[in-house]
Write a protein that binds this ligand. Structure first.
Ligand code: GLU
Length: 440
């Protein structure tokens, strides 16, 4: 059975980059009727906040990406301690005493000599007496001893990957203050929770190499890995600095609809075109991780708005009835208000402007050369309420009286009544219009 997980650290809000990871793991699980776990990587007690846990859940719920189970790493510390003990007993976890500045100095020296900044394992050369003396002075941190061989896997997106373990530093799994680091916690969880597929960003490729060895050391079986490319801005610029403004809650506040966001992210960077889907279940169809490219994927926030508009235009009245009621639209005209207006909004909040226009009338937009014409036309227009026939009857009468026709007839009247050059069919607007300010 397929088991996937989305494993955010609750140290900030989710953004579009995280969402890509969440969505892929969600779709893989749902496609095969498997389990999708929300795993909170909260082993860092200082940076992890309950408020972010709540926000992550709220954002995923907003999107409709439901999880089957929540796991919190902070509640599993005994499992990590047990795994660490086993690796210590097997000689795979070793004590190190270098301070951050000592390590930094080592790295600089290596770089100066043109060597890769890989940890030199000098802690392995310490005698028991030296270690005992160092322990008096500082708490050790613990590194996993990599086997120096090639680590290989077939990646669901990158294809065959081969990394020389000797080119990677032995990863620190436990800090001097005892805090278990992500690499260890993640491996223990993936193994014990029976995770079958791990999809994450390509910034994790080196982690994956070391994790494969750690999984082996713990007697587990490595899941299938796939590393998706990172998102860039429309010009290929790094998104990392802008991710703060691309948080899911910001996008929500801007009126982006979940299905627009999900439909875009389920396809960009793949060989398949973006298709607007109506529900999360529909997204599963046609989703195939192997269709995604390893190349950086361009993401343009502006693409979300046309998709949002199309999504909204497709909605039946029942789906938005509550939102329309909030605007104060009387129930008897609310369905018609939606039918008439839904193709003329980008985000749902635009409805407010249209309703104000229908209710209060619009400030007329009248070109100088149309003043007399509009004044004459207004004389022929009765007071509201109007019917479906009002527009055709009125414009026929105005045509007879003025001799104008076509655009020269209709456009000045539309602008006089709605203050806008574009909008819904005027014959449908008229019955909603409760005031005509151009008649004042
Ligand atoms: N907490 C890690 C992150 O957000 C999880 C990475 C993973 O999926 O293993 O980067």
């Amino acid at each position: 059975m397929t088991v996937t997980r989305f494993a955010p650290s609750p140290t900030g809000y989710l953004h579009v980059g995280n969402l890509r990871t969440a969505l892929f793991n969600f779709l893989i699980a749902r496609k095969s009727g498997g389990t999708f776990i929300l795993r909170l990587d909260d082993t860092d007690p200082e940076r992890s906040k309950q408020a972010y846990v709540d926000a992550i859940k709220e954002d995923l719920e907003w999107l409709g990406l439901g999880w089957d189970r929540v796991e919190r790493q902070s509640e599993r510390l005994d499992r990590y301690a047990e795994a660490a003990d086993r690796m210590r007993a097997d000689g795979r976890l070793y004590e190190c005493f270098e301070t951050p500045s000592e390590l930094d100095l080592k790295r600089k020296k290596q770089l100066n000599m043109g060597r890769p900044p890989v940890y030199d394992r000098s802690a392995l050369k310490l005698s028991e007496a030296e270690k005992a003396a160092l322990r008096e002075d500082r708490a050790p941190h613990w590194r996993f001893k990599l086997d120096h061989e090639r680590i290989e896997w077939v990646d669901g997106i990158l294809g065959e990957v081969s990394i020389d373990a000797a080119s990677v530093s032995d990863p620190v799994l436990i800090r001097g203050d005892g805090q278990v680091l992500y690499t260890l916690a993640s491996v223990v969880d993936d193994t014990e929770m029976g995770i079958t597929h791990v999809v994450r960003g390509s910034d994790h490729v080196t982690n994956t190499a070391t994790q494969i060895q750690i999984i082996g050391a713990l007697g587990g079986t490595a899941p299938d890995f796939a590393h998706h490319s990172l998102l860039t801005g429309p010009q290929g610029e790094a998104l990392s600095k802008r991710l703060g403004t691309l948080s899911l809650r910001d996008l929500r506040a801007q009126g982006v609809e979940p299905m627009a966001l999900l439909s875009l992210l389920a396809r960009i960077g793949s060989a398949d075109p973006v298709e607007l889907r109506g529900s999360v279940d529909d997204l599963v169809e046609g989703f195939d991780i192997s269709r995604f490219s390893a190349a950086p994927t361009k993401f343009d926030v502006n693409d979300l708005f046309p998709l949002t508009a199309r999504y909204l235009a497709s909605l039946p009245y029942a789906a938005v009835a509550d939102r329309i009621a909030v605007l104060g639209v009387p129930e008897e005209i609310a369905p018609r208000f939606w039918e008439v207006t839904r193709e003329n909004i980008t985000v749902l909040d635009d409805l407010g402007g249209w309703w104000a226009l229908y209710r209060d009338g619009a400030a007329p937009d009248i070109a100088e050369e149309d003043r007399d014409f509009v004044a004459q036309a207004m004389g022929l227009l009765p007071d509201p309420p109007y019917t479906d026939a009002t527009w055709s009857e009125w414009t026929a009468a105005v045509k007879d009286a003025t001799g104008r026709k076509g655009k020269g007839l209709f456009m000045p009247l539309r602008k006089a009544l709605t203050g806008r050059a574009h909008g819904p069919d005027m014959s449908k607007v008229m019955p909603l219009l409760q005031k005509v300010r151009a008649k004042d």
